[in-house]
Structure formats: structure tokens, C-alpha cells
Design a binder for this molecule. Sequence first.
Ligand code: NAI
Length: 421
Amino acid sequence: MDNVFWWNGKAVVPQEGSFITLNPDKTITVPDSPIIPFVVGDGIGPEITPEMIKVVNAAVEKQYKGSKKIYWVEVLAGDKAEEKGLDRMPSETLELLKQSVVSIKGPLGTPVGKGGKSLNAVLRQSMDFYSAIRPVYYMGQPSPIPNPERVDVTVFRENSDDVYMAIEYMAGTEGARKVREFFIKEMGVSEGAIPEDAGVTVKPMSEFKTKRHVRKAFRYALENGKKHIAIAGKGNIMKATEGAFLNWAFEVADEEEFKRKIIKEGEPGEGQARIYKVITDQMLMQLVLKPEYYDVIITQNLNGDYISDLASALVGGPGFVPSGNIGDGYALFESTHGTANDIAGKGLANPLSIILSGAMMLEYLGWKEASQLIYTAVKDVISQKKGTPDIASGFRKQGFDATELSTTQFGDEIANRIKNL
Ligand code: NAI
């Protein structure tokens, strides 16, 4: 592939490519030859990421016949960076990701016992990717529920607030003692509410962070014709945080941009969507029983973590679901599963999560026709009961004959299907 530039002592930025630019209003301008940095990732990353590049290239070539072309630039992170004697998240990588505005990555492992922040957390914070977006839809793969075609829901998880801020005081430490003393002495909290042997985690939730996230989700719903928007949280219990989140979300609906478009009552008409408040636990149950009720779910960081994994399970697990981390223009797309070290290097990995993340990235660039080619080709190949062992064995359990393909063969099938569409 002549448009893939592998790391060679440093990131190689080709002359032919141009950087995507971030405009003052936080929209992006995409040239016909955008430079897109990629991180192959750890574990199965080196197997699945090249398949994504192959498939995305095939779709762009098929649709635009050379008038548009991505220039892929490898940047290092994780194990591969460490092998070259660099930090696990080199500053060169962060700089190029930022300069390029839009990028994509495979899974990165968090070495156990080595300390340090998760690389994913470093990435999310460095470009303030405050919304994690996971569209969950069915493409014909084996699924654990009846009629999985009912599932078509996009989870918007707030990514910069909540208990993930890691403001934590372990039981028995000076920090925990001070926090306890403050609450009992200054705030009138009863001694039994924070026992002496308790650890404490702080759960901040801000109006600014909530509202910017909600605005992004509302725009997505309106642009994509999604009619029902559930705002999920446990506001009945955590009034100052999740309760406030629900109220702030409703306030955003009153803003000039959304008035008359995001409605609170009645059936949404053309160009409209309706918002509902839902309680997370009850919603999780409904999501399994009646997934067709949900088009968009807007939620906080911790709830979003649970909800997006449960939603993914409805269509067979995170291996079938893409994701995007999006801030004010900056976007990083990534596979949703981990490094799957148990199967790494064996050609068994399912590359769909990162391939569909590549399709999601094309949509973000405004190259929607090319992303549609990927969706069509993936559905076509799966409908022939062909796929990596996880897919083939799922079909066999359902009593079908299935063809088992390696990671590369599966990528080839999808790319060839695109060429023949
Ligand atoms: P995992 O997702 O790597 O593996 C869980 C199970 O799912 C394993 O049996 C694995 O073989 C299977 N699996 C995962 N992806 C698959 C694929 N594409 N095809 C076929 N089978 C697949 O989760 P685990 O073991 O909890 O995490 C391993 C490492 O990955 C950890 O270091 C974790 O921190 C990291 N991780 C990174 C993420 C990221 O970069 N966004 C997300 C989740 C975990």
C-alpha cells in the first residue's frame, strides 16, 4: 500500500498529504489527501489495524477513484514504543495526533504492576475528548438475543468528569482520615456514614462539561434522524451529580439552537427528536428486553461504561462495535475491545471493531458514501456465514455451516467485496 508510511526512526509525514485543519468554530476542514496517524496497538493490534487500513483504502478508492486518498502515518505507543526505547506514550506521538486532528488506534495494554497512567486516559485527556461515542448496530453476526436487528442505539458517554477523575483516598491513609474529619466536623455528616475504615472516591460533575457533551449528542441525533433520546442516570439517589446532569441536559434543550427541535413532550415530527429522563438500572433492563425503544442514550462516565458494554453484548460483544472519542473537533477512533493477548499472533482476531471504527472515521470526515460501502460489504460477507473463528463458531452453534477465515482472509474478503460492489 503506497499510502501507508511506517515509523522509521520517527514518524514519516509524506509531502503528498495535507493536515486536516481545526476551524475557530471547532468544525474541521478536510483536504482530499488527509494525513491520518494510526497506532497499531498491542496484542492483536498488529493483526487487526492493517486490515482496517486495507478496507478503508478499498472503500475510498472505490468511491472517489483516486480523487481522495488518505495518507496513513504510523505513530508509536504502547509495547512498540517501549521496544524502540521510547516512553509508552512518546511526546512525538501526542504532538502528531494533535496536529492531525483526526486519528485512529488499536487497543493498548496497561502493563500490570508497572504503575503509571493508562495510555488511553493520557490520550483522552491530552485532546480533551470529552464524549465517547459508541454506535451499536447489528450486521448479521451471531447474537445472544432474538431479533437482534432491533438494536440500533448510539451511546454518548461523558468522558471528562465523574469518578474517573481519580480523586481517591484509600482506607487507612492520611488523606482518608482528613476527608472523613472534614465531612464529620465541617459538614455535619454522621460518623457512621463514613466509617473509620472507609476509602473515599470523589464524584465531580460539572454543568459546563455536561452541557458540551449533551450538545454534541443532540446535534448527532438531529443530523442522523434519531428520534428518541434517553438521558440516563440515577438522579433519584445522586441528586448533586447525576440528578443535576439530567436537569442540565433538559436545559440544553431550551437553548436557541435546539428549541423546537429537541422536544420534551409528544411525538417528534420531521427534524425533531424527543428527550426522556430514565433511571439507569431500569433502563439497562429495558435495553435487553426492548432495545428498539432506544435510539440515543446520553449519560455520564461511569454509567456510560456499563451501558456501552451491555449494549455491545446485544450484538455479540465489543468485537463488533466501533467507537470514537470526540472533543472540540479533535477525534480519535478506536476498537472497543482490549489487546486479547490470549489469541495474539495467531490470526484468530476479529478485526471488525477497528474496521467499523474506520468507517465511523470516514463519516466524521464527511466521506459518508465510502463508509456506506464498508457497511454493505461487511453485511454481505457475514451473510455468507464467513468470518473469524468467533463468528464462524457462533454460526455453527446456531446450526449453520460457516467458513472460518483468518484475520487477514476476513479483511481481504471485505476489501474484495467493496471492489465488486
Ligand atoms: P480483551 O478485550 O483484550 O479480551 C477479553 C476476551 O475477548 C479475550 O478472551 C479475548 O481473546 C477476546 N477478544 C477481545 N477482542 C477480540 C477480537 N477482536 N477478536 C476475537 N476475540 C477477542 O480484554 P482484557 O483481557 O480485559 O484486556 C486486555 C488488555 O487490554 C488490558 O491490558 C486492558 O487494559 C487493555 N484494554 C485496552 C482497551 C483499549 O485500548 N481501548 C480497552 C479494553 C482493554
